[in-house]
Design a protein. Structure first.
Ligand code: SF4
Ligand code: SF4
Ligand code: SF4
Length: 256
């Protein structure tokens, strides 16, 4: 694939698999900053912006949504083939997110769910990296638009962005929020990637892990603590699996 010359605009495409399209919407919410970015990027494909060009090589493909059916899978593979970099955008794409809730449900409930909207559904809901190479993951439900812009500028300037293995608690402490765990509330901040500026705990709501779990998260300690708070196993599982695969499921890959 031909690489971009320094003075050339970065060619982008935005694509949606199974999702609510809220992550692309978050990008549009950048408003003036996004218009400024148009000075160095060219958007070749975006359903929301009504940009539709014949499929061609892209510098960066931003893909939101989970792989739920074969159509999603084929679409993701075709996008990968013609993109220099592929960025998974949002919880649906990075950790299977909301569509992936289905994976942790008991078989009886799962089979009762209506399937008519999904063409050729797969056995389980998948994150993008289960099937295609992903160069960077923008976390969150929805993504943080400022983070999107930062990553876009880094790619444009030839730098490879990096996700820091830091939990939400770090940002929460920096904001001097009172800790919800001390109030007996089951917060997943210690296990979830930072980058949202501790959005939920700053509003007194528990973190439910929409940015994915950090590599060294101590799930057993949190599970013990939640039990002390009076939560049943089922309630704890529901909290852990709202966005993420069950960390206690066999091989930790309930969603794979
Ligand atoms: S991550 Fe959240 S906001 Fe983004 S597409 Fe999925 S459900 Fe929508
Ligand atoms: S409220 Fe949640 S995110 Fe904030 S410090 Fe406590 S556990 Fe961490
Ligand atoms: S606090 Fe947790 S659930 Fe809320 S936005 Fe941040 S990572 Fe997502």
């Amino acid at each position: 694939m031909k690489s971009k010359k320094k003075h050339e605009k970065t060619r982008l495409g935005f694509f949606s698999l199974t999702c609510c399209e809220g992550c692309e919407l978050a990008v549009l919410e950048l408003n003036r900053d996004f218009v400024k970015a148009l000075g160095f990027v060219e958007i070749l494909e975006s359903r929301m912006l009504r940009e539709k060009n014949p499929p061609q090589e892209l510098d960066i493909a931003f893909v939101e949504g989970s792989i739920v059916g074969k159509d999603d899978l084929e679409k993701a593979q075709k996008i990968r083939e013609r993109s220099r970099f592929l960025v998974a955008m949002g919880a649906c794409a990075t950790i299977a997110g909301i569509p992936g809730i289905r994976n942790a449900l008991p078989e009886k409930i799962k089979s009762a769910l209506p399937q008519r909207a999904v063409k050729k559904p797969l056995e389980a809901v998948h994150k993008l990296s289960d099937f295609v190479k992903v160069d960077f993951e923008l976390q969150g439900c929805a993504i943080n638009e400022k983070e999107f812009l930062k990553v876009l500028v880094q790619f444009h300037n030839g730098f490879f962005p990096r996700l820091e293995n830091v939990p939400v608690c770090k940002e929460c402490k920096e904001k001097e929020n009172p800790c919800l765990l001390l109030e007996g509330k089951a917060c997943l901040g210690p296990a979830s990637y930072a980058g949202c500026n501790a959005l939920c705990p700053s509003q007194k709501a528990q973190c439910i892990g929409c940015r994915g779990f950090t590599k060294d998260a101590n799930f057993s300690a949190l599970k013990r603590l939640f039990k002390e708070f009076g939560l049943t196993e089922g309630e704890t599982k529901n909290i852990f699996t709202y966005f993420n695969p069950d960390p206690f499921a066999e091989a930790s890959n309930a969603r794979q």
